[in-house]
Design a binder for this molecule. Structure first.
Ligand SMILES: [Zn+2]
Length: 458
């Protein structure tokens, strides 16, 4: 049934275009697509031209609520949710060997996979993720379980069977032939699900754990089938030097030589990309998933996302569970703001004993919360090449949205005389700030994908 939402609405149109309607409407047709959006005062002129909406279900938000686009997680390892919060005092390669590889190898057990993946999807939806780009494991059958779970629970997802055929422990490594054959079978199985919401994604774990031969074959499969691609790049300095040695090229070139940098590729981290690599990303239209929580937890470094964006690279946010310790993209917004502020300190402060750094930039402006909301919504959709379908409220796109209630714990509405003197615009912006800086998933009382409610109102 067609629905019309009335109330406060926010969304972004670009990094620096934040639009709000203090008293707005969004009309959603029977297929879950947005048919109209604007100020409530324009609604009377809009309705007569849209006969389908006569008698549509009306939903009126309360004064404490607003609608915003659903959150996009550009990088999350679903199997690693089972070890979230563990081993975060280790460097990347030790963490992989001690925790991650032994855990991921357990996903040959389909019952274990089914149990974990049902919870992963449930919890990311609870946190407001309407679109996620998931890594599974090397096991194609359990990764298919993840795809079916996302479909069953109504989440939009890119899902990859992970590929790795070298520099991996004996108990968790494939041959080139198996990796390719299983990837092809996985793609065929996803296509049989017959849905646009779930897309198979070519997923070499990272250049160190794949031979050039395997990467080239995966690049061919992606090209033949016009598929999304996801992997990791330039996360940590010792990893980068190993990749340069193995491929005798820059990290980005190692992927590019295999045909893996395309407009449908999203690479996680990109903390230490060199200028030429950023140029290559721009030329190929390849995107970055900024994962501030894991970059901090695993001591990988500061990713200067504004440097990437200024140089024409699309950027979204990723939780990178379980290098990151939270499944929430709202948390990733805060982490991205933290990293950006810390980067500002480094660029503007004298570092005792080190003198001025070569990265000194006294004009550096850190990300602001509106820009971070862009990265978490439309920016993420652009990074995953799905901004024609989702990311903001534009006629023709699917209605992927959150209803946020700022009166729910931990927030309270302490209405004061001063508050009522503020303009409606200011009041709405302050609600948004409170949600971003203080709120959590308890404030997300409704989650919609293509007009269908997938988290029930509390
Ligand atoms: Zn990752």
């Amino acid at each position: 049934m067609a629905k019309i939402f009335f109330g406060k609405i926010i969304h972004t149109k670009s990094l620096n275009e934040f639009e709000l309607f203090t008293s707005g409407f969004v009309a959603v047709d029977q297929k879950g697509k947005i048919a109209g959006v604007g100020n409530e005062s324009d609604y009377c002129a809009w309705l007569p031209q849209h006969a389908d909406f006569k008698g549509a279900h009306e939903e009126h938000l309360s004064e404490d609520q607003f609608i915003m686009p659903g959150l996009v997680d550009c990088h999350i390892h679903a199997p690693q949710v089972a070890q979230i919060g563990l081993g975060l005092d280790m460097p990347l390669l030790d963490w992989l060997n001690t925790y991650t590889f032994p855990l991921e190898a357990k996903y040959t057990d389909q019952k274990f996979a089914a149990k974990v993946y049902a919870k992963v999807v449930e919890n990311t939806i609870k946190a407001g993720t309407t679109l996620a780009s998931y890594f599974g494991t090397n096991n194609k059958d359990s990764t298919l379980i993840l795809a079916k779970e996302a479909l069953r629970q109504g989440q939009r997802a890119l899902i990859g069977k992970v590929c790795s055929n070298c520099n991996s422990p004996d108990f968790y490594v494939e041959t080139t032939e198996t990796s390719v054959a299983d990837t092809e079978e996985f793609i065929a199985a996803i296509r049989k699900l017959n849905t646009d919401r779930i897309k198979p994604t070519i997923t070499p774990r990272f250049a160190l754990s794949c031979t050039n031969e395997l990467m080239v074959k995966l690049g061919d499969i992606a090209q033949k089938n016009d598929l999304h691609i996801q992997s990791h790049i330039s996360e940590n300095l010792s990893e980068i030097s190993s990749v340069k040695q193995m491929y005798n090229s820059s990290y980005a070139k190692a992927y590019d030589n295999a045909g893996l940098l395309t407009p449908k590729t999203v690479m996680a981290h990109a903390v230490h990309l060199e200028d030429e690599e950023i140029s290559l990303f721009r030329e190929r239209g390849t995107s970055v998933a900024h994962c501030p929580a894991s970059n901090t937890m695993l001591s990988s470094g500061f990713c200067d996302v504004l440097r990437l964006i200024k140089n024409g690279v699309k950027v979204g946010l990723g939780t990178d569970v379980s290098g990151g310790n939270s499944m929430s993209i709202q948390d990733a917004i805060l982490r991205a703001l933290d990293v950006s502020h810390h980067l500002e300190f480094v660029k503007k402060q004298d570092i005792i004993g080190c003198g001025r750094l070569t990265t000194q930039d006294n004009e550096y402006q850190p990300l602001n919360y509106k820009q971070a909301i862009f990265l978490a919504t439309l920016g993420g959709a652009e990074a995953l090449t799905l901004s024609d379908v989702t990311g903001n409220f534009v006629v023709g796109k699917d209605f992927d949205a959150l209803v946020v209630d700022t009166s729910k714990y931990p927030l309270q509405n302490y209405a004061t005389d001063e508050a009522t003197k503020k303009s409606q615009e200011q009041q709405l912006l302050e609600m948004v700030q409170q949600f971003i800086y203080v709120g959590d998933d308890r404030n997300i009382i409704g989650v919609y994908v293509a007009g269908k409610q997938i988290k029930k109102k509390l």
